[in-house]
Design a protein around this ligand. Sequence first.
Ligand code: ATP
Ligand code: MN
Ligand code: MN
Length: 377
Amino acid sequence: AVSDSEVTPFSVPSYACQRRSTLENYNAVLTDALSLLAENAELSDEDGRGVAFRRAAAVLKALPSAVTNMSQLTGLPCLGGHSLRVIKDILENGASSEVESTKESERFKALKVLTGIFGVGSKTADRWIREGIHNLQQLRDSGQTLNRAQQAGLEHYDHIKQPVSLAEAEAIRGIVGRAVASVSPESQIVLTGGFRRGKLTGHDVDFLITHPEEGSEVGLMPKLVSWLESRGLLLYQKTTRNSYLECSEGPGRPPSNIDRFERCLSIFKLSAEQTGSGVQSEEIAASPSAAETRWRAVRVDLVVSPISQFAFALLGWTGSKLFERELRRWAGHEKGMSLSSHALYDNKQGRYIRASTEEEIFVHLGLEFIPPTERNA
Ligand code: ATP
Ligand code: MN
Ligand code: MN
């Protein structure tokens, strides 16, 4: 065993947005354990606990080597007593009893299955569990009233729970790109979310669309959706119109973290021919019908932003969720500014700060630029 005096403690800045977080890290066993506890807290509507576990996991993700001794963690930020107990348990016993019992708990398993249905959040899942519904069959048999999103989510559950591959994301990018080029040739489309951070799979595919001329993006989404619908490419879609102006965020009304862009939450029907490589073999194994139907359902998020807000929208929709949360916390606590996916507002000077690139936003926030692939906090 290494004596404490030989151990050099790690050093990590406090905010995740000050750190470079790549997809891989040296402490995956620990970060997976803390992420599972975070997920359990979030599914139980304990967001504060969820964030605490996410922050602790993110600190471990930033370490330059594997943790072997608790004393290496001395002085690190964001590691509360609960997270430290979990880490100690794993270092000493190879596993955390709390994590193992959470994983095995009927409630956690039921929450995962039910919230895995598109359109079902933790509150709905919790209500169903209290009514004795723990799985999809019990839900189908229960006669619960489902909204349109939940009906589509239940119908396409097996497809949607399969991770989306990069090849599938690129195929969808091609389709949406053709749709945009057809309805508004000058508009630009960018892949955001996890794929922009370099992830090779995702739970959905996220796109941000804008037009180089301010105002010309108005009306784009309905045209885009009609183009896709008329070609049978959408299994489900719900468009929410832009409500930024009517909820104006002027002085005294700091930006909220829920953005108000025109957006479309959808389920695409992606055929094997469109993916090029064909339906994934794992998918055929998981869902035999995929071999016959030769298509799969994929969750796709489309967001339209005016060009003046594009840099903020791009930064806000690239994630990770914790990185975004930390950027807003940094802006508020360290800079007296309010950051949203629409704007940056200087609370002291009482004015909005313009930016046309992500780099400019980092400069205004007094942060070193972190490229998308290093925002995997
Ligand atoms: P995955 O690969 O699992 O899809 P992801 O990082 O792409 O991971 P998403 O849930 O697709 O996760 O979210 C992508 C980004 O969009 C995140 O940064 C998130 O903050 C942002 N986002 C998602 N929903 C909203 C929303 N309703 N309002 C504002 N931003 C949102
Ligand atoms: Mn995503
Ligand atoms: Mn998304």
